[in-house]
Design a protein. Structure first.
Length: 359
């Protein structure tokens, strides 16, 4: 039996409970978690914004050590340190064939499987494939990436979602160029990773926007050169900070209609807005036809940072080893499994960066 954070049903409180994991079958690996990040997507799963089969074990951003392997698992052996990849690509669908592995149609099929058995005999599913909110998990081998040398195992959990997403939003979706101006909406875990990535990309002016004045120091440590407390005049303030014309790039990490619209209005004519935040179906963003023509701006969605994890992880590891990317600076709280519900409350209140469950 291992302890895990179980979501009994959508909208229900998380329960910290003992679960029984099976031994790894063919193509599967058992991993002892070192750490797991508490991502806003976990909150979206718990409240029904994103849909997964329940009851389930949440958690999708994690790193740990291989305990045992099933038949036919050649790349990994007991003792290997690994990062969980919650969205493994199949390699054969149309999107994978086009190189857009982040859109793989089969990436989340594993979430429908039976993952473990609760103490009362209930069958449990694996949240977003990997069920990282547990002391141990059993995953398909393609849900694992080798931990690169020189990257601390505990902090490496953040590479599994927040950092890949923030890095990819800047480098793959928005394609920020040296000397451009960037504004990032939302200074949570992904937002902080986005700010660091904008700095690495060579952005000249980096504006962080958040509802909380207390996050300014976090934002500036991550690379922000300017900080704006969100208000009705946010777009005007950003134009003032960018020579009157607006930012070259805006990255929205909140997932709210008003924030997406403000991010779009904050960019210059011909500017680029990338939406990373996950909003609900009720969040409707509207534009009129004339402004779309006149401003010539681009608005694009961004899934998992539009990244190819196996390709991008070694690049991120190089930045970590060189000191350009500081994983520990994204973490504002280190907690146990029991602290996850409070971490959800903190996110709802718009406070903090990334909470990290440390086992």
């Amino acid at each position: 039996m291992v302890r895990a954070a179980v979501l009994p049903a959508v909208g229900s409180p998380l329960e910290i409970a003992d679960i029984a994991l099976p031994e790894p079958g063919p193509g599967q690996v058992r991993v002892r978690l070192a750490a797991a990040g508490v991502c806003h997507s976990d909150l979206s799963l718990s409240n029904g914004t994103l849909r997964v089969p329940t009851p389930c074990v949440l958690g999708h951003e994690g790193a740990g050590t291989v305990v045992s392997v099933g038949e036919g698992v050649a790349p990994f052996a007991p003792g290997a340190e690994v990062i969980l990849n919650w969205a493994p690509s199949c390699g054969s669908c149309d999107y994978c064939a086009m190189g857009e592995v982040w859109l793989c149609v089969d990436a989340l099929t594993g979430a429908a499987n039976v993952h473990a058995i609760g103490a009362d005999g209930t069958e449990l599913h694996p949240g977003l494939n990997v069920a990282a909110f547990a002391e141990e998990t059993v995953v398909a081998a393609n849900c694992l990436l080798p931990l690169p040398d020189g990257v601390p195992l505990t902090d490496a959990a953040l590479l599994g979602c927040a950092v890949l997403t923030g890095y990819g939003a800047i480098h793959h979706s928005a394609r920020v160029r040296d000397g451009e101006s960037v504004v990032v909406f939302g200074v949570g875990g992904v937002g902080l990773a986005t700010l660091q990535s904008a700095r690495i990309a060579g952005a000249a002016t980096i504006v962080a926007v958040d509802i909380s004045p207390e996050k300014e120091s976090l934002a500036r440590e991550a690379g922000a050169t300017e900080y704006v407390v969100a208000s009705d005049s946010t777009a005007k303030e950003i134009r003032k900070l960018t020579g009157g014309r607006g930012a070259d790039v805006a990255v929205e990490c909140v997932g709210r209609a008003t924030t997406i619209r403000t991010a779009w209005e904050s960019t210059r004519r011909g500017g680029r807005t990338t939406v990373v935040g996950i909003g609900g179906r009720d969040q409707q963003v509207t534009f009129n036809a004339l402004e779309l023509f006149h401003w010539g701006r681009t608005l694009s969605g961004c899934v998992y940072g539009n990244t190819h994890p196996a390709r991008d992880l070694p690049i991120l590891a190089d930045h970590v080893r060189a000191g350009r990317l500081d994983l520990s600076a994204l973490v504002t709280d280190r907690i146990g499994l029991d602290g996850i519900p409070a971490a959800f409350d903190t996110m709802l209140a718009g406070k903090g960066g990334r909470a990290l469950v440390v086992f």
